[in-house]
Write a protein that binds this ligand. Structure first.
Ligand SMILES: *[C@@H]1O[C@H](CO)[C@@H](O)[C@H](O)[C@H]1NC(C)=O
Ligand SMILES: *[C@@H]1O[C@H](CO)[C@@H](O)[C@H](O)[C@H]1NC(C)=O
Ligand SMILES: *[C@@H]1O[C@H](CO)[C@@H](O)[C@H](O)[C@H]1NC(C)=O
Ligand SMILES: *[C@@H]1O[C@H](CO)[C@@H](O)[C@H](O)[C@H]1NC(C)=O
Ligand SMILES: *[C@@H]1O[C@H](CO)[C@@H](O)[C@H](O)[C@H]1NC(C)=O
Ligand SMILES: *[C@@H]1O[C@H](CO)[C@@H](O)[C@H](O)[C@H]1NC(C)=O
Length: 316
């Protein structure tokens, strides 16, 4: 029998075992990537959809009057409104109160249009879905204020106008604000249309201010979890740990079994070699009778010689 092929046959399953269990963690790591970058695109698509639905609220609209829009049923919970304004009127008179927004005089749009529409959004319970903000907790729903050209009230996918307050800032008086946990400081957050997040201090209780359009809310920093488990740890992660433990145990047992086998194998080889040497000696020297000692055959001489015995008769 060939030792090399025997050892290989024994090693192969063991190696396969090792490969499998070392690859498990990598497999899991790849399948739990987050897709945070997609949220910005989803939010922009929502803006386009809400512009369309807000414009549908206009039926012979009066200038300077807000109209509530209806959202599609798959977005129940979002409130929208639209108000048409003359650009000159916006600049010289502002809008005293448009839902939560107080728009001062001196607000200009870029590029210039004669009439514009201010679309209001309250994302309600959809805020987190479209504007997830790791490590922060929302104390108020996301409110949006976006400006569009009013020349075609059936237009879709309109680009936003760039709205800018040249004098006083636009103020946002949030109405349903949860109180911040004791010891934490609430902050204003603004998401601009390019995906940037800008934090600032509140300007009054429940009030934020801005000189640009965008999406706004009040947040507080989340209290980090007390124990080591990092955020987003869940079923998958503990699952993964179980796999690693099971893998280690099985791998360890396989390794032990393999080592045990190697030791046995080594002993057997040694024994066989000894036997061969003794047989060779028998061929060369005087004829020896073969007798049985235990399970194995051993050369034996005539009665005048001492009977040979194997050193270790209790070989397992
Ligand atoms: C990835 O995005 C999809 C939809 O855009 C969302 O349903 C899913 O929860 C997101 N996955 C993660 C891990 O954020
Ligand atoms: C909601 O429904 C509208 C039309 O019914 C569709 O255009 C839009 O893609 C849907 N939005 C989501 C987020 O499912
Ligand atoms: C928000 O609430 C409405 C019911 O008021 C529900 O139909 C909708 O699925 C909720 N949205 C989310 C993102 O949970
Ligand atoms: C959230 O907080 C953790 C720990 O404080 C930090 O490692 C991680 O980068 C933060 N995430 C973001 C998006 O800032
Ligand atoms: C903000 O709104 C609340 C009611 O929602 C009102 O009582 C309060 O006076 C408003 N604050 C300002 C500065 O307009
Ligand atoms: C916000 O307020 C804190 C004190 O409450 C102050 O230390 C900090 O400088 C302010 N930040 C800004 C940007 O005004």
């Amino acid at each position: 029998m060939n030792l090399n092929s025997g050892a290989l046959a024994m090693l192969l399953p063991f190696l396969c075992c090792c490969c499998f269990f070392f690859s498990v963690p990598t497999l899991f790591a790849q399948s739990f990537d987050t897709n945070a970058s997609s949220t910005g695109a989803a939010a922009r698509a929502l803006d386009a959809l809400l512009q369309d639905y807000a414009y549908r609220a206009f039926v012979r609209p009066k200038t300077g009057v807000p109209y509530d829009g209806a959202v599609p049923s798959n977005l129940t919970g979002i409130q929208i409104a639209a108000m048409r304004l003359r650009s000159g009127s916006l600049r010289t008179r502002g809008v005293n109160m448009y839902r939560e927004f107080r728009i001062p005089t001196g607000v200009l749009e870029q590029p210039y249009v004669e009439r514009l529409v201010l679309v209001y959004q309250n994302l309600g319970n959809w805020s987190l879905r479209y504007y997830s903000l790791p490590n922060y907790t929302y104390l108020a729903p996301i409110l949006g204020l976006l400006a569009y050209d009013a020349s075609d009230l059936s237009a879709k996918n309109l680009p936003e106008l760039d709205l800018r307050a040249s004098g006083d800032p636009i103020r946002i008086n949030f109405s349903d604000v949860e109180s911040a946990p004791i010891g934490s400081v609430p902050k204003c957050v603004r998401f601009d249309l390019h995906g940037s997040v800008i934090f600032s201090n509140l300007t009054a209780p429940n009030e934020c201010s801005t000189i640009r359009q965008g999406h706004f809310s009040i947040v507080t920093e989340s209290v980090p979890p007390p124990s080591p488990p990092p955020e987003r740890e869940g079923k998958e992660s503990s699952n993964r740990r179980t796999w690693i433990i099971v893998g280690s145990v099985v791998g360890g047992v396989a390794l032990l079994a393999f080592l045990g086998f190697l030791i046995l194998w080594g002993r057997k080889c040694k024994q066989r070699k000894k036997m061969q040497e003794m047989e060779k000696a028998a061929d060369v020297g005087e004829a020896l009778h073969m007798t049985s000692v235990g399970d194995t055959k051993a050369p034996s001489a005539t009665a005048t010689r001492t009977q040979p015995t194997l050193e270790n008769e209790y070989v397992p």
